[in-house]
Design a protein around this ligand. Structure first.
Ligand code: NDP
Length: 253
């Protein structure tokens, strides 16, 4: 694999005829990914917690002149089996297949030593960031298999590769995300119908980053729209045969 986000040039029709579901599509990196995927020809299923944000992303995609997306509200902290089944049924009824799944939704939890970490917060962070992503992947596997060239992308973090003090459940959940990606990639590699990888976005100008670093000047950080190369590469056919990898969306000079 010779992917470099600084030089990658996706074809304008990279994602034409592909149906892609993005979680956390209403804001931040997920919204930028949804807009980018739509701009490269995909039909989007916009999932997230806050419906008004999904509607706004929906309208922005239409204003770009791209394919009509659909909205699939799902609160990953509260969703039960029936909610996942309803989403699966919506995908089946509308499209009959799914070509891409970007697990982008995530929560930060609290920044505190493990000795004092609130266990309810721990459980919620692990659930939203890891368990819910697996639950969603599980129910969508039949549609992904029907694609024949499907891509599942999980969202990692630098603190999911090297542990860092006070990052608590968030860091541990991102280690777990890397593990989940690797196990699923190994399980699906011989059939070759679904590739499974991670993106570590790197420091990016979003609400979560501002929450984690309140004293930082956000203008020193790249906007989500400027880090999309890895997201496009992994979602489209240029990454055929690439599975079990964890890419960096930003490479420091
Ligand atoms: P934001 O806080 O801006 O976005 C988080 C997204 O997750 C929102 O769209 C939000 O949806 C969604 N979300 C949160 N909780 C739930 C829930 N219970 N159910 C459904 N959706 C939910 O953060 P970023 O854009 O920065 O983060 C995107 C991903 O990138 C995360 O996985 C994060 O860990 C990762 N990341 C970000 C970095 C950065 O510097 N920004 C660095 C490394 C990793 P809604 O708005 O509808 O609530």
């Amino acid at each position: 694999m010779d992917f470099d986000p600084r030089t990658y040039e996706p074809a304008p029709d990279l994602l034409s005829d592909r149906v892609i579901l993005v979680t956390g599509a209403g804001s931040g990196i997920g919204r930028a990914a949804a807009l980018a995927y739509a701009a490269y020809g995909a039909t989007l299923i916009l999932s997230g917690r806050v419906v008004s944000k999904l509607e706004s992303a929906h309208d922005e995609i239409l204003a770009q002149g791209d394919a009509q997306p659909s909205i699939a509200p799902l609160n990953l902290a509260r969703a039960e089996a029936n909610d996942y089944f309803a989403l699966r049924d919506q995908v089946q009824a509308q499209y009959g297949r799914l070509d891409g799944l970007l697990h982008n939704a995530g929560i930060l939890g609290i920044r505190t030593p493990l000795e004092q970490y609130d266990m309810n917060t721990w459980a919620e962070v692990m659930h939203v960031n890891v368990t819910a992503a697996l639950a969603l992947t599980q129910v969508l596997m039949p549609q992904l298999n029907a694609s024949g060239d499907a891509s599942v992308v999980f969202t990692s973090s630098g603190v999911g590769r090297v542990g860092r003090a006070y990052w608590g459940a968030y860091a541990v959940s991102k280690f777990a995300t890397e593990g989940l990606m690797q196990v699923l990639a190994d399980e699906t590699s011989s059939a070759g119908r679904i590739r499974v990888n991670c993106v570590n976005p790197g420091s990016t100008r979003t609400a979560m980053r501002a929450d984690a670093y309140p004293a930082e000047d956000p203008l020193t950080l790249p906007e989500p729209a400027s880090i999309m190369a890895a997201y496009l590469y992994l979602m489209g056919p240029d990454s055929r045969g690439v599975t079990g990898q964890s890419l960096d969306a930003q490479i420091k000079k």
